[in-house]
Design a binder for this molecule. Sequence first.
Ligand SMILES: CC(=O)N[C@H]1[C@@H](OP(=O)(O)OP(=O)(O)OC[C@H]2O[C@@H](n3ccc(=O)[nH]c3=O)[C@H](O)[C@@H]2O)O[C@H](CO)[C@@H](O)[C@@H]1O
Ligand SMILES: C=C(OP(=O)(O)O)C(=O)O
Length: 430
Amino acid sequence: MEQYIIKGGHPLVGEVEIGGAKNAALAILSAAIMTDDTVLIDNLPDVNDINVMLDAIAGIGASVSRVDRHTVRISGKNISDMSIEYEYIKKIRASYYLLGALLGKYKRAEVALPGGCNIGSRPIDQHLKGFRALGAEVIIHGGKILAEVERLRGKHIYFDVVSVGATINVMMAAAMAEGLTILENVAKEPHVVDVANFLNSMGANIRGAGTDIIRIRGVQKLHGTEYSVIPDQIEAGTFMFAAAATKGDVTVLNVIPKHLEATVAKLVEMGCEVEEFDDAVRVVAKGRLNSTHVKTLPYPGFPTDMQPQIGVTLALSQGTSTIVESIFENRFKYLDELARMGASVKIEGNSATIEGVESFSGARVSAPDLRAGAALCIAGLATDGITIIDDIVYIQRGYERFEEKLRGIGGIIERVDSEKAIQKFCLRIG
Ligand SMILES: CC(=O)N[C@H]1[C@@H](OP(=O)(O)OP(=O)(O)OC[C@H]2O[C@@H](n3ccc(=O)[nH]c3=O)[C@H](O)[C@@H]2O)O[C@H](CO)[C@@H](O)[C@@H]1O
Ligand SMILES: C=C(OP(=O)(O)O)C(=O)O
């Protein structure tokens, strides 16, 4: 098992290049198998979740060839199997997108119930409601979801909750249904729009992605395309909060500033200077920041995937902050770890009250999930001591070369795999 070991306590300064969005890329890779033609996808992040997805689609017979670290060529022509093995599914949440993709193209799919970060109960009833509305028979048996239909038919579907996964999944299936599908109360996240743009570049007819209503006129066939995934707003935001928490000066490069509005608004409220360029954002924190109040909401609200990163930053800010986590019920686990570093927090249901402290003290903590793990790294980088983070496999799910990128802006962080290596680091740095 690997750990991160961090010696923090100084500002992060410099520029960092942001990669492609994991959560857009995972859906786009699934959608890529919906044509028999070849699809070239660029700006993929080189992270574990993407590799698992590529293995999963290769496992059903798709041809997958890597052009380089961030580019892949996929052909769904020789897919022979509609059943995705549990081995892949249990590792990633987004495996459920293969349901919509296979059902749309082959009218049959068999996918084990998905894994992903343990951040809440994460039902998929809205995905299944959507597939059923399009005419599919969907059953859950032996830990698998089996969906089948002779002909998918367009329908007017109203989602009961705003769900990124259900919106994208049902949109994919409807792209190859007969007639018009209208999806209401949909998610408006940038990755929903990116997947719609990708499908449209393959010949789909999807309008309205990014608004509350998506209209999909089904087509019989999709064709090959070349596509570049949007930048990862969550990776960008993570580095922006790392700059804020360490009182640093960091410019995130290759971003779409519009996607970062909620993050920028909070950083400004907290007292950061934020400069926006065409495809970059600079965050400068000149001293101790101020408290604020945060409520996670679907886009364009403040993202739940950024809640731990702002939480860590608030725990070092002046005054009392509150966070309401309204999307997932189990996303405060990092606060218990942070309390071990000296943070003052009180959790009641889906609300947390944070009394800012001047500084943390280094401790050994565990990453409870992907974003919480990244947030604990931020805590370590802001702490004038040694912090060891266990279970970093979660962080590797979604951050490419995380420690390298942090080192590029002055972070003292190493990935180690033994107690001996930890001791060596402490002797050298401590
Ligand atoms: C791979 C991927 O893209 N993961 C992201 C995706 O997860 P995911 O797609 O799983 O999250 P959803 O947007 O679906 O979940 C939003 C809310 O809806 C509820 N819900 C969802 C589906 C459903 O059928 N029934 C239901 O009740 C969930 O429990 C949650 O409370 O969006 C989340 C919210 O932005 C992000 O935190 C995840 O990083
Ligand atoms: C929670 C996340 O991923 P997943 O939905 O794949 O667990 C995330 O990207 O923060």
